[in-house]
Design a protein around this ligand. Structure first.
Ligand SMILES: NC(=O)c1ccc[n+]([C@@H]2O[C@H](COP(=O)([O-])OP(=O)(O)OC[C@H]3O[C@@H](n4cnc5c(N)ncnc54)[C@H](OP(=O)(O)O)[C@@H]3O)[C@@H](O)[C@H]2O)c1
Length: 346
């Protein structure tokens, strides 16, 4: 019986996906992707079992539900690989040799891996970093799903807001917004690149020169509606009112330094952020001090889980041509983070 189940879970046709980084033990990607893959395999097994013995309407309904939510032939497994810097150049050849189907690339290799790839998607080229590789017909092609993952997250946030207010006829859109981006590091670069395609972006960063460099770069590739601003300008907090979306992409407020914030939103008047969207791309803790303050001043808030999941979902689709179940991905990560935090407190 056990053998039969293992055959159904992993067999000689199972294709390999993975993530490379250094270090990698903290990565949530294996849990996120495997949760979808193994839930799907379990659904397939249940489908098979039920279809052999349908004797009630409930069972028929269960079978229909499973059929709706199950993808055939999603035979993958996702592993994490800790790669020493001196081995990076061998990764692409090794992956091709082993018929690996897809890889995610994480810190510190998102830029360095590019030189070893056969092809790079236009957006990833312009962002200057790759977080996903597809191996197909002996060719390795690099993509960057971070920016688009962020756009999907904002779309989700705006839909949630509309559901809450029962307002179906919304004119909210991920286009034509005035967006303030705090931070000018790697994550900011992907987000600013994607969102400056059709929004006005202002970048503020501790090291002002980095914000200026990002502004100049984005303008040089035709994203004209970008500017950078010195932090001192926010001594007058009413400046924040110029934007309808504010995004923290800095690492300030991330566990364990949870009392840090980039801008102290508690100084704003009551309800000052009503109608505005405030996002922090940090997901540990779920609610940073920055988000808590924003919520207290009336903003609709979102943490970094949604971006993390959507960038992963886009990678998954690049590799498998299938849309993964976002809810399963989210549940698996929330569980993992809650357990991790609980264990650290215990
Ligand atoms: N949700 C997701 O999917 C997702 C994806 C990627 C990253 N992230 C999160 O985003 C954050 C940034 O990641 P990254 O890859 O962009 O890192 P990064 O390239 O190292 O950039 C870090 C940014 O934070 C700023 N910063 C760091 N310490 C600061 C301080 N003490 N005071 C003021 N500013 C400070 C840096 O400013 P300077 O330029 O002045 O140093 C820079 O703008 C991390 O928390 C990461 O976990 C989330």
């Amino acid at each position: 019986m056990l053998n039969c189940k293992i055959n159904n879970l992993i067999n000689s046709k199972t294709k390999l996906l993975g993530v490379i980084g250094h270090p990698i033990a903290h990565s949530l990607s294996p849990i996120m992707h495997n949760s979808v893959i193994f839930q799907n395999k379990t659904n397939n097994l249940n489908k098979e079992n039920i279809s052999q013995d349908i004797n009630t309407i409930e069972k028929l309904k269960e079978l229909k539900d499973l059929e709706k939510n199950t993808i055939d032939n999603l035979n993958y497994i996702y592993l994490a690989f800790d790669i020493e810097p001196e081995n990076l150049e061998n990764i692409v050849i090794s992956a091709k040799t082993l018929n690996i189907k897809g890889l995610n690339i994480t810190v510190p290799y998102k830029i360095d891996i590019m030189q070893y790839l056969d092809e790079i998607d236009e957006d990833a080229k312009k962002i200057g970093a790759v977080n996903t590789i597809l191996f197909e017909n002996g060719i390795s092609k690099g993509y960057n799903t971070d920016g688009l993952g962020f756009r999907k997250a904002i779309e989700e946030l705006m839909e949630i807001k509309d559901n809450k207010t029962n307002n179906n006829k919304t004119n909210k859109s991920t286009k034509n917004n005035k967006i303030l981006v705090l931070g000018a590091g790697g994550a900011s670069r992907s987000i600013c690149y994607e969102m400056s395609k059709d929004n006005a972006i202002t970048i503020a960063n501790r090291t002002f020169e980095k914000a200026e460099t990002l502004e100049k770069y984005l303008k040089s590739i035709g994203h004209k509606n970008v500017n950078s601003i010195k932090l001192e300008e926010f001594e007058d907090m009413t400046k924040l009112m110029d934007y309808n979306i504010i995004i923290n992409t800095t690492s300030l407020g991330m566990y364990p330094n949870i009392d840090n914030t980039f801008i102290d939103l508690s100084k704003l008047p009551e309800n000052a952020l009503n109608g505005k969207f405030v996002v922090d791309i940090i997901y540990n803790p779920f609610e940073t001090k920055f988000l808590k303050q924003a919520s207290e001043k009336g903003a609709t808030i979102q943490n970094g889980l949604s971006m993390l999941i959507h960038q992963g979902a886009i990678s998954f689709e690049i590799w498998t041509n299938e849309k993964p179940n976002i809810d399963i991905m989210k549940k698996s990560i929330v569980n993992e983070l809650e357990n991790k935090n609980k264990n650290e407190i215990d």
